[in-house]
Design a protein around this ligand. Sequence first.
Ligand code: MN
Length: 738
Amino acid sequence: MQMLDFIDTEQDRKLILKEYRSLLLACDRNFSRQDKKLIREAFKMAAEAHKDMRRKSGEPYITHPINVAKIVAGEIGLGPTAIACALLHDTVEDTEITLDDIEAYFGPKVAEIIDGLTKINQVFDLKSSFQAENFRKLLLTLAKDVRVILIKIADRLHNMRTMDSMPRNKQLKIASETLYLYAPLAHRLGLYAIKSELEDLSLKYTEPETYKSIARKLQQTKRERTRYINEFIKPIVAELDREKVKYKILGRPKSIHSIYEKMKKKNVEFEEVYDLFAIRIIVDAPPEEEKAECWKVYSIVTDFYQPNPGRLRDWISTPKSNGYESLHTTVMGPKGRWVEVQIRTERMDEIAEKGFAAHWKYKEGSSESALDDWLQKIRELLKNPESNALDFMDDFKLNLFSKEIYVFTPNGDLKILPSGATALDFAYEIHTDIGNKCIGAKVNHKLMPISQKLSNGDQVEIITSRKQKPSEDWLNFVVTSRARSRIKHALKEERKKVASEGREILERKFKQLKLAFNHENLEVLCQYFGVENTIDLYFNVAQKRYPLNEIKKLKDAGSNHLVLPKKEEIAVPRKKQQSIKKGDELLIFGESSDKISYQFAKCCNPIPGDNVFGFINLNGEIKIHRTNCPNAVHLMSKYGYRVVKTRWNREKEIAFLTGLTIRGLDDVGVINKLTNVISGEMKINMRAMSIDSHDGVFEGNIKLYVHDTGELEKLIHKLKNLKGIYSITRFDIKEEEE
Ligand code: MN
């Protein structure tokens, strides 16, 4: 044939054409001329591109894409676009053909699918250590079009069917991947026949001895099983005929893999696997009578054999989320053996065998757009963790799906980012300098702002400029902690730079006012403007945020120092609201307290680290007291039986509100000293602070958030070491005061 004149030998040409014809036979006969042309063109391009390549088995390489296309057409039931893509699936990866060639020749849709298939291969080949779990997620996320996954499954199925010439280590790798990855995927997509075959083939390579022994035993028992099934169906057949039901009955051997699983799970021998017997009754019924007809058959079957009530599955009234519809029951057959009976219609059977894709045939016409709708549904299904295929969810953690995205560098390196990540997050992921200098990004070759949210499969190239500097508002659109901390660090450095300008301004101002530029004066100024340290003070000065002529008013006449106007209470600006979560790390009866409801006793307000006990009051509520609570002795001695063992688990995440009363010498700058230790050194957040002073002595009450007693003790120790501090005592904050 002229079409293949680039193939060297007559023998190869014949073989390739034979394969191609069998592909055409597998295609739907309703394909239009346009459809057929698309397939032919894809075939020609692929055959020429692969012309010098051979498979390990020695056959021309093109036989592989043809067979993948045949699976796609015949066993999955997809349309011409997918068939063409299957034919072309290895071209961009392995031949001179580029994605642009494909797009120019076949348009953007085909190019998109081939791109997805190529990316999957690249990631997989480049990073052989890439974890299967990640790959599984990747596979799902890369596939903008679910046909990518379906073709990939077909690709894998054909490779599994023809793995004999592969070296043993490759066989093992491919087989275990298949079991882990592709079989569950096929199951998810409702491709039951393919799923079983993939599992059986995997077992054949991973456990060849077991596989052979089960296969042999199935073969040996075949006649006996057939005889049994014939006996079983005899009365059913007679009754179905009498009722004029149109049906066919298939004896359905269990898959080798499922028998193996059962043997393993129940720890039994082949002979003891009880439900080796299964039949399927497929009825031919018009759509409006499907359900009634299936239940009619059910009723006939159970007239003869007692059903196991626990094993009735009605997936006709409520189809599985992957589209599976069927009625299953297990009945007690002759000689006391359980037989599984599946009842469904022709339509249901086709969907069960070929998956969702088979649906489209039963929808309006057989246009590709109807198919597209179905494919879209599958994609939704893959994405939606709430769909009721719980059995599948167990080993398929799709919730991860929404939490992470996969993006590529221009070199094809993969970066995993949290969902919602932007181009800027990506830049910081590559390098801090790239992030700091980032001015934009090319996302899939299109220019985008640094705040651009990235999607799965995006390829991102960062554009930088030497003049760029991080700014405060960047924090509004980064999501990774890496980017966040790098930006904050850069901002802090920047702040220090600005602050040094502010310092110079202030120094000049002090000179002008004949004030000493010393620590004490600066402390007064910090307090006056309500900032915690001189860096902030300088920074705000540089930013012209303060009316500097007010400094004059603070000058102590005749001296070179500043004094604060007398104030009764200086409120510490509220830090960002901290919730005082009670619980989480309290262990009651050794159980995590979030499982038990309890309250903290108001009389002693325990905080983490305190020695505590739980006390069940008359209303049955658990109250947590400190062991040194004034009420404790009384409670424990009198109502010992109501005491519940309780202790704190080590956990430092949650802050608790507590109070300190501090007494000492009234001294200018004492507040600043205290706050320096509390929020500067110890980084403890203060809620409020009030100072009373008379006759040179002050008493301050500070409310602060601590994580545990350890932290509180350390703080008290540090404060006690400050000059002029006499005493520090803890006070408890009552609920209503907060
Ligand atoms: Mn392939």
